[in-house]
Design a binder for this molecule. Structure first.
Ligand SMILES: Nc1ncnc2c1ncn2[C@@H]1O[C@H](COP(=O)(O)OP(=O)(O)OP(=O)(O)O)[C@@H](O)[C@H]1O
Length: 485
C-alpha cells in the first residue's frame, strides 16, 4: 500500500500505483526513474495508459473467481436487466455475419449483457418479427442489434417504426397539384406510372397505423420477378392496423436503442456513425452503451389504389433514400448478389450506360441553409421551374456532432451551429414546402452522410424505391439535406 493508492504489478509496465478517482483509475509508474535513460533525454517508459475511465470498462473479473458483477456499469451500459434482441443475417456481405457474431458474443457474455439471437431465414424476417411484436415485449428489450448490412438495419428500423411512428404525413401530391390536370395524367401514363385522381379528402392528418394504409400491399422493392428479397408491405404483419390500441411505444416521443455489428457489403450507416467498420469496435460501443442520435427520414410514396384512392406507402431510411439512378443501381444489384460487394460497381456501370434520366416532382422543406438550392419565389405550387437548371450545390448543414466536414463548411463563411439550430427549430415549427419538377439523373436524400469525415459523400444504402412520387420528411433532427443531381 502506497500513499494514495495500491501498488500493483502490471504486465509490460512493471510496478504501478493505482489510485481511484471519481471517474476512473489513475496508473503511475512506481519507479519512473527506471524508465529514463541516464545518457539521453529519451524516455524509455513503456506505453502506459495513465488513466482508465470507469465508463470504458465493460467487465470486471477476478482471476480466481471469474466475473464479479454484471453488467459492470449500469449507468453507461445497456440497462442489463433485459435482453437485447440480435438479428444475424447469415448471407449478407461476404457471408461472415455468423462468424462475426461468434467473435463478439463472448464480449457480451463477459459483460453479462444478455442476448436473444435470431438468425434470419429470409428477407423480411426481422421486419415481421419486430412489426408484429407487442409493444410490451418490444419495451422489454434494451435494444435491437443488427449483425448484417444496411438492408438488415433498414428492416429493423421499419419493423419498429411502421406501426409506432405517429406523425402527420407531409402534404399530399394533390396539395402540390400533382394530379390536377389531365396533361399530368397523360405524362405519367407515358412514363409507365399509374395515374388516377385522388379522392378529395386529404390524408394530411392521417397517422401511420390507421385504416387506409392497410390496403397497401405493394412490396417495397418492385421487380418483375420475385427475388426473395422483397420487404413486406407495411402492415402485412400480424399487428393489425387498429385504431384505439393502446400503444406503449410511440415515436417520436419514445426512443429506442439500435446497434449495428457491421457485416454487410457497404456498411454505410456504420461508416457514417462510428467511422470504424469493425465488429469488435461496434460490439464494445454497444456494450458500453455509447450512443448518438440518428437522423431518420420518412419517405412517403403516394400511389393510386385499385379503388382510385391515392394512398401513402411509408418507409423510413437512416442513411440514404434515392430515386432514379441510385434506386435503379440498388434494384439492379440484387440480381448480382452472388458477386458480393462488386455487384454495386457492376450494376452501377450497367445503369450508367443506359444513360437514363427520370421524371420527378420533388417536395422538400426549405431551409435557410439550402437557399442556393431552393426554388425561387415564383416556384410555388402554381409555377414550378425545373431544378436541373440550378447548378449550385446546396451548402452543407452542420450536423450535431460538428464533424470535420461541417466545421470546415462553417469556417468558410457558412452559418454557425447556433444559427443552424435556430433554423432547424423554425423548420420544425413552421414548415414551408417547396416543390419542383423536371428530369433528373437521380433524386436522393442523404440523411447522415456528414456524421463522420471518413464517410463517403454520397452514401447508397438499401432504400429500394421504385418509380413514383416521393415526399421526403425528416422526423428527427431536422432539417434534412436534400440533394438533387
Ligand atoms: N436470411 C436471409 N436471406 C435472404 N435475404 C435476407 C435474409 N435476411 C435478410 N435478408 C435481406 O437481405 C437484404 C440485404 O441485407 P444486408 O443489407 O444485411 O446485406 P448487404 O446487402 O450485403 O449489405 P449492405 O446493405 O451493407 O450493402 C436485406 O434487405 C434483407 O431484407
Amino acid at each position: 500500500m502506497q500513499d494514495g493508492g495500491e501498488v500493483l504489478f502490471l504486465d509490460g509496465a512493471g510496478e504501478v500505483i493505482v489510485s481511484i478517482g471519481r471517474n476512473g483509475l489513475s496508473l503511475d509508474p512506481l519507479h519512473p526513474e527506471l524508465f529514463s535513460s541516464c545518457w539521453s533525454s529519451i524516455t524509455l517508459q513503456p506505453k502506459l495508459d495513465s488513466k482508465i475511465k470507469f465508463s470504458d470498462v465493460y467487465a470486471i473479473e477476478l482471476l480466481d473467481k471469474g466475473p464479479i458483477c454484471g453488467p459492470w456499469n449500469t449507468r453507461t451500459a445497456f440497462q442489463g436487466n433485459n435482453d437485447i434482441e440480435v438479428f444475424v443475417h447469415p448471407l449478407c456481405g461476404k457471408g461472415r455475419a455468423v462468424e462475426n457474431w461468434e467473435t463478439v458474443a463472448p464480449l457480451f457474455d463477459r459483460a453479462k449483457v444478455k442476448t436473444k439471437v435470431i438468425v434470419t431465414e429470409r428477407a423480411g424476417h426481422a421486419y415481421d418479427t419486430l412489426a408484429s411484436l407487442p409493444d410490451i415485449e418490444l419495451k422489454a428489450f434494451d435494444g435491437v442489434v443488427a449483425v448484417g448490412g444496411d438492408g438488415l438495419f433498414n428492416e429493423i428500423l421499419n419493423g419498429i417504426l411502421s406501426s409506432r411512428h405517429k406523425a402527420p404525413y407531409p402534404p399530399t401530391p394533390e396539395g402540390f397539384g400533382y394530379f390536377e390536370s389531365s396533361e399530368n395524367c397523360e405524362e405519367q401514363t407515358r412514363n409507365g406510372l399509374n395515374c388516377s385522381m385522388p379522392t378529395p379528402d386529404s390524408v394530411n392528418t392521417m397517422f401511420p397505423g390507421n385504416s387506409s394504409k392497410c390496403d397497401d400491399h405493394e412490396p417495397l422493392l418492385s421487380t418483375s420477378q420475385p427475388t426473395g428479397l422483397e420487404i413486406p408491405s407495411l402492415n402485412s404483419s400480424k399487428e393489425p392496423c387498429v385504431g384505439g390500441q393502446d400503444h406503449l411505444v410511440s415515436f417520436p416521443d419514445d426512443w429506442f436503442r439500435l446497434g449495428i455489428i457491421p457485416s454487410g457489403s457497404t456498411d454505410a450507416i456504420v461508416l457514417s456513425t462510428t467511422g470504424e467498420r469493425d465488429p469488435v469496435t461496434s460490439a464494445l460501443l454497444i456494450i458500453l452503451g455509447r450512443r448518438m442520435s440518428l437522423d431518420i427520414a420518412q419517405v412517403v410514396r403516394w400511389k393510386s389504389s385499385p379503388t382510385a384512392e391515392v394512398l401513402p406507402t411509408v418507409r423510413y431510411a437512416a442513411s440514404f433514400a434515392g430515386y432514379g439512378f441510385y434506386g435503379e443501381v440498388i434494384r439492379e444489384s440484387e440480381n448480382y448478389r452472388w458477386m458480393g460487394p462488386a455487384r454495386y460497381d457492376f450494376s452501377g456501370t450497367m445503369v450508367f450506360l443506359k444513360h437514363r434520366s427520370y421524371e420527378a416532382k420533388v417536395a422538400f422543406l426549405e431551409t435557410p441553409n439550402t437557399h442556393s438550392l431552393a426554388a425561387s419565389e415564383e416556384d410555388d405550387v402554381t409555377g414550378a421551374q425545373p431544378l436541373q437548371s440550378r447548378q449550385k450545390r446546396p451548402r452543407k448543414i452542420i450536423c450535431r456532432t460538428n464533424c470535420f466536414v461541417c466545421k470546415e463548411a462553417s469556417t468558410s463563411g457558412q452559418n454557425s451551429e447556433d444559427e443552424n439550430a435556430d433554423s432547424s427549430r423554425t423548420i420544425c415549427e413552421n414548415p414551408k414546402w417547396v416543390w419542383s419538377k423536371g428530369r433528373f439523373l437521380s433524386v436522393g436524400a442523404a440523411v447522415i452522410s456528414c456524421r463522420n469525415e471518413r464517410a463517403p459523400d454520397g452514401l447508397v444504402a438499401d432504400a429500394h424505391l421504385s418509380d413514383g412520387f416521393l415526399h421526403l420528411l425528416l422526423i428527427r433532427d431536422c432539417p434534412l439535406p436534400l440533394y438533387l443531381w
